[in-house]
Design a protein around this ligand. Structure first.
Ligand SMILES: C[S@@+](CC[C@H](N)C(=O)[O-])C[C@H]1O[C@@H](n2cnc3c(N)ncnc32)[C@H](O)[C@@H]1O
Length: 821
């Protein structure tokens, strides 16, 4: 904020010298400093006044510690029986040794029969995965204890964290505030001197000179450089050189620090890319003739720019506004090799319409949950009205508004009626405009059609016998995240699905008859139930979905039918995650000594049954690596690789499955496995029982050798009943133990018994309501069982683990928990 204005009086640019520019810059610098001083004085004045007011109104003048007597610490001496000593070391002044105070406290040891509460790292319970952006700022350094020899370890940790979180020093806010102030000052100074160059020319000069040779922001530099159409005139170059020299003298640093700072370059490049600020390219309105302006305003083109906003606001996978589950994964701009590229997700209107069509087509097979019927909206409704299209022309801006609205309205049948209502236009006219917009007439020439992959026939819905050698589309941990494709032309080279050798999904923008599109399973028509490898969806580690028109998945994924157990006893069984009903799971202290909590089953589970979803934050690998530094140091990690780009972290957000501990093999109590499945274009992790599991058994799955080795996961279930010591608890007795030890659980006891009695798909049928989240109805159970069932199993019993047979699994998809390098 420049309080004293800069003189408008233009000085003669021709007589300018380095000394004069220097003087002008100094004047402005002085002015800026004065201005800053005035601002700070005002702020302090205000702050003092505010503090005074608060003081009298709310602050107690007497310190609560005033009445406390000082405690005299005993300086050691004999320690009475039943006591222990604690050594304290306080540092008053870090640098001086004199500031170090050592004392020793004598404490009483209190013994109690109460079970020790296991260590627990706090988490918030979530019902579905939440996409979390990268956070490359190191916000705090965790306290890792003062144990012997930990100083070196802590120093190493701090170094590691600083390396991971700040690969390059980011501009501090003070620095960036200063830079922008000086930039403003510079602009004013050039204006005052009447020089015929502005900041743009100075930037061009610095880029021409190859100043700022750092490899950072290369793309931005190129974008900006290419936007200058004409080379600098010799006079301009001379002036820019003088400004650069004067700047260095006044500020004692190079001009490029201010004009080519990473932050500023990024800002400029974004502006250039969005076409708002192309020097010498985009004429201003005043430079255009009225005919040009009319042409621009009546063109159908301005729409795509605005559509960009729609596509980023509305998720292309689920249609939710600002979706937190899918969406463009976070970019780590500080990552080595990161390059700024301005790349709108979807570029043209036709792409978006195609995507819309694909989504609507994918939904066509689903039951219509809406209550709408095909009744005409008015006498002018397109459903009833016969109209002469050519007789009535809409203004360009109305057409443009219709285009924009079409994108956000997914119900195709109703969109003309809805738009007509909002715009107060005849429905038939809106409908006719929409029809013109749709790229239906675009028939692709046959030679240009996409080809089916060699290993998959989407019409017969079959895989070639050696398909597993030809693709990794089913190996989710190795493949990338599914991103719906949206491009002109057929799905061939250049299409992201094609290039990643993946199939197109129903959410992709390509046409329904794209030969690369996954078309689901034909199980019912082939007389098969989706339960084994004969179902193509199971073979490809996918859950059945709307694209499987005949197998019976569609009514089974309808949330309204979730608790209709009869429906699930037959028909498609490959919809676990979409149904989302798990058996009763009880949280208690793990039977693996000292590992904290563990998860137990509260009702019998059969082999192959679904146990729950491993939910948490979906984060990029870069973020996982950063978080992993602290997790690995604490030997407590909840990271789980989801695919080749993303991981799930259940440390901060998660559900009960985050408490499932590790076992190497059947002998150690391994009883469940984790599988990654593709569910409607989304990767998700589910737990399945590897064998029949008895009530009260602790769930254990194999985290993978790398994780187990790195974290030293060596704790095993105690052997069955040995000389009165603790043993594995299973069966009814275990339930008593789990139940009885925590009075809070008694209330649920009757319910659990009832569920056990009615086993055969029997699950806790809790009252539930639906809560809309981002426009999508999400099931929320009232009195959710999450975390209320704490218990500490302590009783002994025989370890009567059953023999586990049939361990040979054709598809190896048990996914190790992530470890960080
Ligand atoms: C996903 S958490 C499991 C829940 C954890 N027990 C708790 O209370 O939060 C994984 C962590 O549990 C511990 N853990 C799991 N299985 C273990 C085993 N067999 N031996 C030792 N520690 C284990 C390790 O600290 C590991 O990093």
């Amino acid at each position: 904020m420049l309080r004293r204005g800069v003189s408008n009086e233009s000085e003669q640019g021709q007589n300018v010298t380095v000394a004069r520019i220097e003087q002008s810059l100094q004047d402005l610098e002085q002015m800026t400093e004065d201005d800053h001083a005035v601002t700070v004085r005002w702020l302090l004045h205000d702050a003092k006044k505010a503090a005074k007011n608060t003081d009298s109104a709310f602050v107690d003048k007497v310190s609560p510690f005033d009445s406390m007597k000082p405690i005299h610490l005993s300086a050691g001496g004999t320690v009475p029986d039943g006591s222990a000593t604690v050594k304290l070391e306080s540092h008053v002044n870090k640098k001086s040794k004199a500031g170090k105070i050592r004392s020793q406290l004598i404490t009483k040891i209190i013994k109690s029969d109460t079970a020790r509460v296991p260590k627990y790292s706090f988490h918030t319970t979530v019902r579905r995965n939440i996409l979390t952006m990268d956070d490359e700022r190191l916000r705090f350094i965790p306290y890792m204890g003062d144990a012997e020899g930990s100083k070196k370890k802590n120093a190493r940790l701090i170094h590691e964290l600083e390396q991971a979180y700040s690969p390059k020093p980011s501009t501090s806010s003070r620095e960036s505030e200063w830079s922008s102030q000086v930039r403003a000052c510079l602009e004013a100074s050039l204006e005052k001197l009447g020089l015929e160059i502005g900041q743009d020319k100075l930037i061009q000069y610095l880029l021409d000179q190859g100043r700022n040779r750092s490899r950072d922001s290369e793309i931005e530099k190129r974008t900006i450089h290419e936007s200058f159409e004409l080379p600098l005139e010799p006079r301009e170059r001379e002036l820019a050189k003088m400004v650069s020299q004067a700047f260095r003298k006044v500020y004692d640093r190079p001009l490029e620090d201010i004009l080519l700072s990473e932050e500023h370059l990024k800002e400029l490049a974004e502006r250039r890319n969005s076409n708002q600020d192309k020097p010498g390219r985009t004429p201003t309105k005043s430079q255009l003739s009225q005919t040009d302006i009319n042409k621009m305003e009546s063109s159908a083109e301005p729409c795509p720019d605005r559509l960009g906003t729609y596509t980023t606001l509305i998720c292309l996978i689920c249609g939710a506004a600002s979706c937190q589950t899918h969406g463009d994964s976070a970019r780590d701009e500080n990552a080595p090799g990161y390059q700024y590229v301005h790349q709108p997700l979807v570029t043209t209107y036709q792409d978006i319409l195609r995507k819309q069509d694909a989504r609507i087509a994918a939904k066509a097979g689903q039951p219509d949950f809406s209550t709408q019927v095909d009744t005409p909206c008015s006498s002018e409704c397109y459903l009833v009205s016969r109209y002469d299209d050519s007789a009535y022309k809409l203004p360009a801006e109305d057409i443009s508004t219709i285009e924009s609205m079409v994108i956000s309205l997914r119900d195709k049948k109703r969109r003309a009626c809805t738009i007509a209502f909002f715009m107060d236009l005849p429905c038939w006219k809106v409908h006719s405009e929409i029809k013109h917009m749709e790229p239906r007439s675009v028939e692709l020439p046959s030679k240009n059609r996409a080809r089916q992959p060699d290993w998959y026939n989407n019409q017969k819905k079959t895989l070639k016998w050696d398909w597993q050698d030809m693709t990794t589309a089913h190996l989710h941990q190795e493949r990338c995240q599914a991103n719906p494709c949206a491009h002109e032309g057929p799905c061939q080279k250049g299409c992201p699905c094609f290039d990643s050798q993946l199939l197109c999904e129903s959410i992709c923008g390509c046409s329904d008859d794209c030969p690369r599109k996954f078309t689901g399973c034909p199980c019912h028509s082939n007389g098969i139930v989706c339960v084994s490898d004969s179902c193509i969806c199971i073979q490809m580690n996918r859950e059945c979905g709307p694209q499987c028109s005949s197998c019976g998945a569609i009514p089974r994924i309808n949330p309204d039918n979730r608790y209709q157990d009869d429906l699930f006893t037959t028909g498609c069984q490959n919809i676990h995650l979409q149904r989302g009903v798990s058996p009763k799971l009880i949280l208690g202290e793990s039977q693996l000594e000292g590992v904290g909590f563990g998860l137990y089953v509260g009702e019998p589970v059969r082999k192959g049954e679904y146990l729950g979803e491993y939910a948490g934050e979906v984060i990029s690998f870069l973020e996982a690596d950063r978080r992993g530094i602290i997790y690995d140091r604490k030997y407590l990690s909840f990271l789980f690789d989801l695919n080749s780009e993303w991981a799930i972290d259940a440390a901060r957000l998660g559900n009960k499955t985050r408490f499932i501990n590790h076992a190497d093999n059947d002998k150690d109590g391994l009883n469940c496995e984790a599988k990654i499945a593709l569910v409607n274009g989304e990767h998700r992790i589910k737990f399945l029982a590897l064998r029949d599991i008895k009530v009260g058994e602790e769930l254990l799955f194999n985290y993978g050798k790398k994780f187990a080795d790195k974290h030293g996961l060596n704790k095993k279930l105690p052997k069955a009943k040995e000389d009165g010591k603790r043993g594995v608890v299973v069966g009814e007795e275990a339930l008593e133990a789990l139940d009885g030890l925590n009075p809070a659980n008694r209330a649920t006891r009757g319910k659990m018994t009832a569920i056990r009695g009615g086993h055969g798909g029997g699950r806790s049928r809790k009252a539930r309501k639906t809560a809309p989240v981002q426009g999508i109805p999400v099931e929320v159970e009232q009195g959710a069982d999450e975390d209320s069932d704490f218990a500490v199993p302590q009783d002994e019993d025989d370890d009567d683990d059953e023999d586990i047979t049939d361990r040979r699994r054709k598809r190896k998809i048990t996914r190790p928990l992530r470890y960080t390098r």
